[in-house]
Design a protein around this ligand. Structure first.
Ligand SMILES: Nc1ncnc2c1ncn2[C@@H]1O[C@H](COP(=O)(O)OP(=O)(O)OP(=O)(O)O)[C@@H](O)[C@H]1O
Length: 483
């Protein structure tokens, strides 16, 4: 790095300034991305600053006005006086290629930024006193800023886009496609249209309400329908999560996995089920310390290698944010999750804790949007906020609504925010010992009837990746690790 001239092109800089001076209409082509820093030469920076001031004030831009502006800022002599300005206009005959030349300058600027950021990273990386995760986080931030400079000159063709909208609507009408991925509750799917691509769904509740249980079922229902799912479990080990999954799927008491033990019959039921669903695309990652950048890298790899189409994160507050201020940290994480949903075009379901305020309130303990903990950013970034509420957990035996019927073995899902649709609230069934949610009218089934998951259960599909080959235990050495 030392002794080398930073990437720059003085001639192109002068051509761009010259074009702006001779043709004020040319400014409209480039002023959305040109900025002072893009120019390397000090003189050009100053002249561009004068042009920008005039442009922002909606004033004419020509030799005379720019010269006056430079006089005002006392920079005219520094840039070489009127003589130099005239020289610049004589270098070119037209402004026809200004956009092309502007982009060359942008390229040079990005190169310079990359060099200076990388130099700072190298210098800090040699310093043993620097927290490496914090450094990694900063490096991602800086590189993200550089990548934001890339000009996306995406022209929207309204006609073409309208044709796409009509085509999509027609397919929905003819039931050829579904608007989103099926949720664990039929009514919720029909009212909401399912989990939609590009959306951040926040599933929030007080501890013990069943967030993990609901998310696990959401992932499992999707995976059983052949949709590859990645479940990032920051709270539970893969082994514990998998026990919960078999408990839920086969209706075996959760306690049997942790304290009472599994009978030979239960062991063989699990084995048989596993053989049956060996190829279910359900990927578990139980890395306990995960930041948003690492999650993004892992998610991208899972999409690329396993065609993952839905991501679940249990839970948001356990993610590392590398920031001293908790509110900023959470808002960075929720923003990052939304960006992953948009970038990878899939739904991201993130579980979230709620503040204790829920419990200190008088009356019922039904959560509200303001209970989302630590930051308003979660509420803002989320496309959907869904709560789970179980009055039984607080000792009630009847609902305060639903005509006061019994709430034992029941829960309520509350869609309190839905950016692209209406709000929904209704009862669902909760079987605590199987930590299992289902439709309120789903009949109780005998455990030896394994036809539990009626929704679109696929045949085992050998083309799908093996769910249980995934990085289940962090200590295992897999070449295939997403990160
Ligand atoms: N064997 C069992 N019998 C009855 N209920 C059980 C059993 N095992 C677990 N549960 C209930 O299931 C619920 C746990 O659900 P889950 O872990 O999904 O909740 P959560 O909202 O994710 O909790 P947290 O925020 O603490 O992780 C608890 O309320 C617990 O009482």
């Amino acid at each position: 790095m030392k002794g080398k001239l930073p990437p720059q092109d003085q001639e192109i800089e002068e051509i761009v300034i010259g074009a702006l001076l001779i043709d004020s209409r040319a400014t409209d082509d480039v002023m959305d991305y040109l900025r002072q820093d893009i120019f390397y030469q000090e003189k050009n920076k100053l002249i561009f600053k004068a042009i920008q001031t005039l442009y922002d004030a909606n004033e004419a831009i020509d030799l005379k006005t720019v010269s006056n502006q430079l006089k005002k800022s006392k920079d005219l002599a520094m840039v070489g006086g009127d003589f130099h300005l005239i020289e610049l206009t004589q270098k070119i005959s037209s402004s026809a290629h200004i956009d092309h030349h502007g982009r060359i300058l942008m390229q040079k600027y990005i190169q310079r930024e990359l060099i200076s950021n990388s130099s700072a990273i190298i210098e800090n990386a040699y310093d043993d006193g620097v927290d490496s995760l914090e450094l990694l986080d900063k490096a991602f931030d800086h590189l993200g800023e550089v990548s934001n400079l890339i000009i996306r000159n995406k022209e929207i063709d309204i006609k073409e886009l309208t044709a796409e909208i009509i085509d999509y609507g027609g397919k929905l009408f003819r039931n050829e496609i579904k608007p989103g991925i099926e949720t664990p509750i039929k009514l919720l799917t029909s009212r909401m249209g399912g989990w939609r691509n590009g959306e951040l769904i926040i599933l929030a509740a007080r501890p013990g309400m069943g967030k993990t249980a609901f998310a696990l079922k959401a992932g499992w229902v999707a995976a059983l329908a052949g949709i590859p799912v990645a479940f990032f479990s920051l709270e539970m080990t893969a082994s514990r999560l998998l026990s919960r999954l078999w408990s839920m799927d086969l209706r075996i008491d959760n306690d049997k996995f942790t304290k009472d033990g599994l009978s030979p019959d239960e062991q063989s039921r699990i084995m048989a089920r596993m053989m049956e669903f060996e190829k279910i695309p359900f990927h578990i990652d139980d890395t306990s310390s995960l930041n948003i950048q690492t999650l993004r890298v892992k998610a991208k790899k899972l999409v690329k290698n396993h065609n993952v189409k839905m991501i679940i994160v249990d839970y948001l507050q356990l993610m590392d944010g590398n920031s001293k201020n908790r509110e900023q940290e959470i808002s960075k994480i929720s923003r990052g999750l939304k960006m992953i949903a948009l970038e990878l075009e899939l739904p991201v379901i993130a579980l979230s804790q709620l503040s204790r305020a829920v419990e200190t309130r008088g009356g019922n303990k039904r959560p509200m949007l303001s209970d989302l903990r630590e930051s308003g950013a979660i509420e803002q970034d989320a496309d959907v906020v869904q709560f789970i509420y179980r009055p039984e957990y607080y000792g009630s035996d009847t609902w305060d609504n639903y005509d006061g019927i019994s709430c034992i073995g029941e829960a309520e899902y509350i869609v309190a925010k839905n950016r692209n649709g209406g709000l929904v609230k209704n009862r669902m069934k909760f079987e605590g010992k199987y930590t299992r949610f289902s439709d309120i009218d789903e009949p109780d089934q005998d455990f030896d009837n394994d036809d539990i998951f009626e929704p679109s259960r696929p045949q085992p599909n050998n083309n799908l990746s093996n769910a249980f080959d995934e990085p289940i235990k962090p200590e295992e050495d897999h070449d295939d690790l997403p990160f």
